[in-house]
Design a protein around this ligand. Sequence first.
Ligand SMILES: NC(=O)c1ccc[n+]([C@@H]2O[C@H](COP(=O)([O-])OP(=O)(O)OC[C@H]3O[C@@H](n4cnc5c(N)ncnc54)[C@H](OP(=O)(O)O)[C@@H]3O)[C@@H](O)[C@H]2O)c1
Length: 437
Amino acid sequence: MKEVKVGLIGFGTVGQGVVKLLRQNQKDIEARLGGRIALAGVADKDWRRPRQVALDKKFRRADGYQLIADPEVKIIIELVGNFPGVKEMIIDALRAGKMVVTANKALLAKYGDEIFAVAKKSGADIYFGASVAGGIPILRVLREGLAANRIQAIYGIVNGTCNYILTRMQEADLEYAEALKEAQARGYAEANPEADVEGIDASHKLAILLRLGFGMSVPIEKIFRKGISRLSHLDLQAASELGYRIKLLAVARESEGRLEARVHPTLIPESSMLANVRGVYNAVYVRGNFVGPTLFYGQGAGMEATASAVMSDVMELARNILQGRRAGRLRPEGYAALNPHGLRLEPMDDLVGPYYLRAWVKDQPGVLAKIAGILGKHMISINSVIQREVRDGKSVPIIIITHQALEANIQKAVREINRLKVVLNPVQLIRIATELE
Ligand SMILES: NC(=O)c1ccc[n+]([C@@H]2O[C@H](COP(=O)([O-])OP(=O)(O)OC[C@H]3O[C@@H](n4cnc5c(N)ncnc54)[C@H](OP(=O)(O)O)[C@@H]3O)[C@@H](O)[C@H]2O)c1
């Protein structure tokens, strides 16, 4: 039987999953490919650390370059993460004519242009299906399944840590800090959770979705980003009373030649399927101009689910190699040439939509009128108001849902409201997605 040799760099969570999958599903993979995927070796920095998946000593390497230099190895799987030297290692592998599979969203979001250019010049492919939404083959969907569509909108729950925290805040009546602690205890959040809870990871994934969905290369600094760490249980409770759930969404939406690219907590109507994605699960809603709305759901992380996506890419590349085809049969960035529609990024100030505002105010008469006056001055009309009972005898929350308003006006109004002496904490502002009903 013909075989394709692969070299794996990084024997951590996902790397071990890949070896486990290769072993467990070997027969199915061979039957589907008509060839064998043979592991040439696995490189990792530290072989003393105990692992869940056993690996014979003969496969162990101390340095990824031993695999890159091996002429027998045709595919390099990089599962190290965004560390110094990894970008160079991927580039060197591509320059050596190796096909590359990676799950490294941070690296692709930052250096995608450079890495894809090297791949093209070297005549090698780089696939990265596991970099967005783990086990959900959403990148393959954009690249192949929806290739005939013009993509109009993508809404993604693409960070399982945030979704777990928000689910627990909602369902177990926890405050943010309690839910984060629980997520950390269960291994769903890092000791330093910043990349997840501040939306950084989701913005990396959005950058990749923008590339495949819209042919746009958007620097991550240009993606509007707000995390979940300032949300309070009160917000989730109030949202629920109003018929919404709060989710951290990565949003890309095209309208009249302009593209919105933003990551932030969002109120979603509770009737929407995305609103019911619970725990660490991910889901991505994609609307194409012919297919209409579609939704993809599954595990966004974890050893096995992520290995599933990595191996799908490895099989695709191995299939090409076994059939003697060159790289580029299916462009890694999809069919879209860079920005085929000349889209421009929409400034956040131009966003239009309804908003949720929550203010902690002194319990005095006339406060609501003051806030309503400021909103009116900035052309913002109120849809509904919830005024809670006094908790400590001094302060009270006021929750307002607005009608459609311009983000620039909302920001001006919020700044003005924050300056009122009767307002005790900065106003909480959450955008509302109405399209997802
Ligand atoms: N975990 C998931 O569920 C998931 C989901 C989607 C995508 N991803 C992506 O998949 C990649 C791997 O994630 P992971 O969770 O498997 O990470 P991980 O558990 O930290 O594994 C990375 C492994 O690479 C090793 N390593 C570090 N530097 C190396 C080097 N220069 N050469 C060889 N090995 C090196 C690490 O060793 P030390 O521990 O000794 O440093 C560790 O064993 C990341 O890009 C991540 O973003 C992960």
